[in-house]
Every structure is written in structure tokens, then in C-alpha cells.
Design a binder for this molecule. Structure first.
Ligand SMILES: Nc1nc2c(ncn2[C@@H]2O[C@H](COP(=O)(O)OP(=O)(O)OP(=O)(O)O)[C@@H](O)[C@H]2O)c(=O)[nH]1
Ligand SMILES: [Mg+2]
Length: 424
């Protein structure tokens, strides 16, 4: 019975294959091939596509494709997006453009306002992301969704000066630059709307980034830039989707191989809505610098995970001390309590910090916590196993302990990413 079924499957496959071959064989396109002097049925399509994708050529406008994609990350910006769209329309009159809003399912319904704009103007596109948060990730996704030769990134809240966009396009078109940065820190630029504290932090961070990562541009923390999309795609696999500082990541990843030009602009005041900057941005920034210093061997997320692991060790020891020394509980029980509390605080901190772009909510927290206990339990076995085998070969207690701890944290990190905070 199985063999009959297999035979009929093969017959059906052959029938379909023959049908497909007859429809798409070179002979069936003889007309277009003769016209183009090509051999092979795909020649015509390929020639057409090649023409279309060459950046800056007339083919782009003939095919009605945009030369510039303006990527705008949004979170709760419903009152700003229409104003920004109108400003883009006015300033980009001579350029074939589109705008891609990348919205992380804003509770204020920003995506809905963008959809309304998109229904009236096909140059407006909306990517509505679910179960994810993060400015850098949104920008990366937006640029990768574009097919235009040039991509700009700018905020939705009207702090970036859109009238600079044509100048940026001209610099890319001329080949003078592959990246054009809207800079607050070159002559003619300013960030007067910053209060003292923010100005101080911004300058300190800029100095730190420039010195540690040997970055030459004056404003690597700018969120306003335009880049050749082909160069972006080359660098995209090295970029972190976490954090706020995508330009810094780009420039550091390019290691001086991206021709950059800075043009001055004045950073304005937010028009509507609230800032999304919080204290975590500083932590993200330090993590990014460290990740780039290690040439991405250690990711920002891993660093945060390991840091949280470090706090877990302290929690564990404190509980062990209280249980065993203060409350006179047997060592095994105090040790188990210490491990349980440390795993729980680690889970809460990781959910709050390390994976805040994929934060578990509601019932998923309970499920995640149970899986996290299991992952860490196995991680502990791996830790002890490795420590024992190292100690057998080289009886140096701290080396064996370190090797075991390293094994444990790598295991916990890898498995947590797979099973606890897996991408939905
Ligand atoms: N998609 C997405 N966009 C975000 C996220 N966080 C911030 N944004 C957007 O990124 C842009 C920059 O965020 P802002 O809060 O304005 O940050 P900022 O300009 O450095 O801070 P302010 O000067 O206080 O406005 C805005 O358009 C935000 O809506 C996020 O998690 N996801
Ligand atoms: Mg802003």
C-alpha cells in the first residue's frame, strides 16, 4: 500500500515538474530573449532587476521606487507622526522617498495613526512589532525592510531637523560619503534643549566612546543619520538589537571603513509625548562599549546576564549566612534556600534588565520562572561536573571553581535565551 502511494506521489511530482518546465522553459520566452540577446529564460527578468536595483539611477524613478527610506522608530508618538509626515512631504519634494515607521505596538495606538496615513499615501509604511521593544532593533528592522539605496534614521518627536535630509542625500549621491551624520557637536550644531545633567552625560559618554573605541566622528551618539543601505546590510549582522545607540554601534563595527561626513544641526525640543530615555540607557551604553571592545565576542546581553549572575552570588551568600549562621538551619537547607532565592532574584533582574525588550508579562512570568529553575538546575550540574574534572587534572581550587562557574553562566545564558526568553 505504501509503495502504491509512493508511486502515485512520484507520478504526480513528475507531472507537475513537466508542466512547470514547459511554462518556464527558455523556448517560451524566445521573444524577449531575442530582443535582449540573452540565453536562458531568467535573463530578461534579471536584466530588468539589475537595472532597478542600481542605486541612484533613473531606473529607480522610472520603476516608481524610492531613492530614500526614512526610518522612524516610534513608541507612543501618536501626536507627532502626522506632523513629521507633513514636514517630510514638504522638505523631500524633489526626491523619491518613503517613510517606514517601526512601532513597537504602542499602547497609544501610534501604529493606527500611521496606518491611517498609509491608506492615503503609499509612501508611508508601518511595521508593527509585537512582543519586542528597543530603539536599535526597530531601526535595524526598518532599514532591512527597505529596498532604497539610501536609508535615514530619525526620531519621531521632531527633535531632528528634517530639512537636512536633502543635503544628506546629495552627499551620498556624490559618493563623498557612505554615512552622513547629523551632528550636534560640530561647528554650527547645538543641543541647547538639553538640561545641564543630560548635556553632561551626553558629553561624558561621547568622550568615553571616542577614546575607548577610537571613533573619529564628533557625535557618535546622534540618532539622526543617513547611510547607504548596501553598506548597512554588510554591517547589520554585527549590530546589537538592544540599546539606544545604533550609530555608535555602526561606526564601531565598521572599524574606520565607513566614509563618514558630519553636518551640523540643532537638536530641538520634543514636541509631544514623553521621553523614553531612562537610567537603563546608561547601562546599555556601557555594555555596548564593552561588547565592541571585545569585538563582539561578548555581547551586551551576555554582559548584563553575567552581571546579574554576580548579584545572584551575593544574594546566595547572604541567605546562606542568615540561614546557617543566624537562624542555625542545617547547612544543606540554608544552601538550598540560598540557591532558590538567588535563582528567583536572578530571574526577576534578567526579566527587568537583560531581556527588557522581550519582558515576560502576566502568566508567562510563572512559566518562565519554572523553566529558569530547571535551566539553572542543570547549569549547576554542569558547573560542578566541569569544576571536578578540571580539579582532577590540575588541583588548583580557584581555577577549577572559575572553570565551573564559567561553564554554568554560559549554559544558563544559552538555555535561557532558548527556552525562557525565546523570541515570539
Ligand atoms: N520602536 C521603538 N521606538 C522607540 C523605542 N524607544 C524609543 N523609541 C523612539 O525612538 C525615538 C527616540 O526616543 P526619545 O525618547 O525621543 O529619546 P531622545 O530623543 O534621546 O530623548 P528626548 O530628548 O527626551 O526625547 C523616538 O521616536 C521614540 O518614539 C522603542 O523601544 N521602540
Ligand atoms: Mg526624542
Amino acid at each position: 500500500m505504501v509503495s502504491t502511494w509512493l508511486r502515485s506521489l512520484i507520478r504526480s511530482y513528475r507531472r507537475h515538474a513537466a508542466h512547470f518546465a514547459s511554462r518556464f522553459s527558455p523556448r517560451s520566452h524566445s521573444g524577449s530573449e531575442a530582443r535582449l540577446g540573452m540565453s536562458g529564460g531568467c535573463g530578461y527578468t534579471l536584466a530588468l532587476m539589475n537595472d532597478i536595483i542600481k542605486p541612484g539611477l533613473d531606473a529607480l524613478s522610472q520603476a516608481g521606487l524610492p531613492e530614500l527610506s526614512v526610518v522612524v522608530p516610534t513608541f507612543n508618538e501618536r501626536d507627532n507622526v502626522t506632523v513629521l509626515y507633513r514636514r517630510l512631504e514638504a522638505t523631500l519634494a524633489g526626491i523619491a522617498w518613503e517613510v517606514i515607521f517601526v512601532d513597537d505596538n504602542s499602547p497609544d495606538g501610534t501604529w493606527d495613526v500611521v496606518r491611517g496615513l498609509a491608506r492615503k499615501d503609499s509612501r508611508v509604511r508601518c511595521i508593527r512589532r509585537m512582543g519586542r521593544r528597543g530603539l536599535s532593533g526597530a531601526c535595524i528592522e526598518g532599514i532591512l525592510a527597505s529596498s532604497a539605496p539610501y536609508a535615514a534614521v530619525m526620531d519621531a518627536d521632531l527633535q531632528h531637523d528634517e530639512t537636512q535630509l536633502p543635503k544628506m542625500v546629495a552627499l551620498l549621491r556624490s559618493g563623498e560619503a557612505e554615512l552622513v551624520v547629523g551632528s550636534r557637536y560640530v561647528e554650527g550644531g547645538s543641543a541647547d534643549s538639553f538640561d545641564k545633567q543630560r548635556a553632561g552625560f551626553s558629553q561624558l559618554a561621547t568622550k568615553l566612546a571616542k577614546q575607548t573605541l577610537a571613533i573619529e566622528i564628533a557625535d557618535p551618539m546622534s540618532g539622526f543619520f543617513m547611510i547607504r543601505r548596501d553598506r548597512f546590510e554588510e554591517l547589520a549582522p554585527q549590530l546589537s538589537t538592544q540599546g539606544f545607540k545604533i550609530l555608535l554601534d555602526l561606526v564601531a563595527s565598521a572599524q574606520g571603513k565607513l566614509r563618514a561626513v558630519e553636518i551640523p544641526y540643532t537638536f530641538g525640543s520634543r514636541q509631544h509625548g514623553e521621553s523614553k530615555l531612562d537610567s537603563m540607557v546608561a547601562l546599555d551604553f556601557l555594555g555596548l562599549v564593552l561588547a565592541k571592545l571585545t569585538h563582539d565576542i561578548i555581547s551586551l546581553r551576555f554582559l548584563l546576564f553575567a552581571m546579574v549572575g554576580g548579584t545572584g552570588l551575593i544574594v546566595h551568600l547572604v541567605i546562606l549566612f542568615i540561614g546557617h549562621e543566624v537562624m542555625n538551619a542545617p547547612f544543606a537547607e540554608a544552601q538550598a534556600a540560598g540557591a532558590l532565592v538567588a535563582m528567583t532574584t536572578n530571574f526577576i533582574l534578567n526579566n527587568f534588565l537583560t531581556y527588557r525588550d522581550q519582558r515576560l508579562k502576566g502568566f508567562a512570568i510563572l512559566r518562565g520562572l519554572i523553566v529558569f529553575y530547571i535551566v539553572c538546575g542543570v547549569g549547576l550540574l554542569a558547573n560542578v561536573g566541569v569544576a571536578f574534572s578540571v580539579f582532577e587534572q590540575e588541583p588548583i581550587w580557584w581555577l577549577a571553581g572559575l572553570a565551573g562557574a564559567l561553564m554554568g553562566v554560559v549554559w544558563n545564558y544559552a538555555m535561557s535565551g532558548l527556552f525562557v526568553w525565546r523570541r515570539r
